[in-house]
Ligand binder design. Sequence first.
Ligand code: B12
Ligand code: SF4
Length: 538
Amino acid sequence: MVVRVLFWYRGIESLGLGYLMSMLTHHGHEIDLIFEPGLDDNTVFDMPALARLNRHDALVERAKDFRPDLVCIGAPTNLWSHAARMGERLKRELDVPIVVGGHHAQALPEYVMDHWWVDVVCIGEGELALLELVERMERGEDCSDVPTMWVKGADGTVYRNEIGMLENDLDNLPFPEKQLWWEWGAFRDVLEVFTGRGCPFKCTFCNIHYQREIFDGKGDFLRKRSVENVMQELEQNLAKYDASFISLHDDNFTTSVLWVEEFCEVYKDRIGLPWYCFGYPTTIKPRLMKAMSAANCSMIFMGIDSGDEEVRRQLYERPMVDELIYEKAALIHEHGIRSFMSTIYGSPGETPEQMWKTLEMVDRTKPTQCSGNVFYPLPKTKLYDVAVELGQLSEEGQEKVRSGVSSFHQDSILDHPHADLAEMLAKVTPVYVKAPTWAKPLLRRMVERRMKRTAQVLYAVLIPITFSTIGKEAARITLASIKAILTQGGRRGASSRRTTPRRPPRRMVVDPPPASAVASPVELVAKRDRPASGVLAD
Ligand code: B12
Ligand code: SF4
């Protein structure tokens, strides 16, 4: 007997949810997706007037029509407020268990679980955990001790289970679902893929350092798929979708030289399309650049983050001297690869001089494109704690983070004495690095005089120039998702997965045996059956 599982997401394709979806379909369960284009609130726009395009009523109708047994909501911090709005509504309308996972749930499981409409919180990677939950539902078994899941009982008791073992062999995972995302217009020209998980570095504004702690002792944090497995996924998708770009979304693609060399060798013969990836300055090596350039690598995203060595070393824990950054940027360009540099302004304690140095440095690296971000204290990160300790993140600010406010936008939520400078520099940076030399003093003056409105207009108008590569795909998916929501909306697409006849929803049983008989979470993890390997997509 199958279990029907409905997923919700917003704005862009989520490869994380894609993995969960395909894990379930590979084990015979049925899935559907409701997707909000999110044009009203994203990295570029904050235009509440466009909220109607999300067509919540149509989405809820589609959800009802699917008659799910379980609803799965993915929520990074920036989507939490939207996720919560939809989660609450779905609970009222469908009255089935709701599982929330993703980075917000990982960082703040207690907070997420405190919401009346949340039944289960996934505190780690979800493939094995969700499958186990769904299979227990299918068998009508108790779900209170599913590893990696916190589960709420009918009386409000929360069963806080430990994180289960990580899937060490990523080749065992089925390839992530694509079709539903395509139907919703969430991707068009750029095919996204992960070749591995994890990152060896520990930047203090990123989730990696605490993830490494929560996954400690649970298997390998840094994992790579086999090159053959990645090629099969790409070939399978390229046969179906007319993409002309490949995006390798690993946290840090350039970490393993040998693996990347092997990948490039095979990729140039079997795929050949231009691609981009994320890289970390110290891992950018001549040998690697040569191999990547020969394999048609088009662009590398690299964090400069700060132009001040002290900030990089002490605050961000990215120890590297200025010369190294200039050298690596030049190396990328020498090999004919374009660069996308990213910067952060307004970190806790950062001075105006340090912020200006960032603008200078990124300009000197001559990036093809560049983003300016205002520092956002992501929950559970070291820099969040620093902001609180320095008195720059008030109780009100902390509540904003918990509820996901502003994490998309270029408004500082710190009580930072130079927040206005940070906001101005973040807007001007992408334009500044592309501006002719004569225009740079004018742009600097615009920042000094805090001409916020002019900077905002300039930023929005020049997006096609400053973000030419990403901008084109963004425009394509915007049009595609508007079309999808207008034409498809409540109607189910061609990939609808429901084949079972209508029947009452399957219950999630949370009925643990008496306390004395309950095994410790550690014992449960140890004895837990893992899904058989060989679930590799064909
Ligand atoms: C690639 C990437 C992107 C890509 C997205 C690619 C894509 N299509 O998915 C791009 C560049 C577009 C992007 C954009 C942004 N990103 Co980003 N991104 C990442 C990165 C490097 C990898 C994410 C990923 O896919 N991981 C692999 C998949 C398999 O894992 P996953 O998504 O976590 O999903 C697993 C589990 O979390 C869990 N799970 C997830 N959802 C659910 C739901 C349920 C029901 C269950 C049971 C389980 C579950 O199971 C999944 C499978 O194991 C991470 C860093 C990281 N290590 O995670 C940052 C990261 C996720 N991004 C982050 C941020 C802040 C952003 C932006 C807000 C940046 C900005 N200012 O614009 C935007 C917002 C995008 C959005 N979703 O709206 C933060 C999020 C922090 C937070 N607390 O939310 C991260 C963690 C990096 C960081 N700075 O620390 N990002
Ligand atoms: S290199 Fe990137 S993914 Fe790795 S810890 Fe730093 S910011 Fe996070």
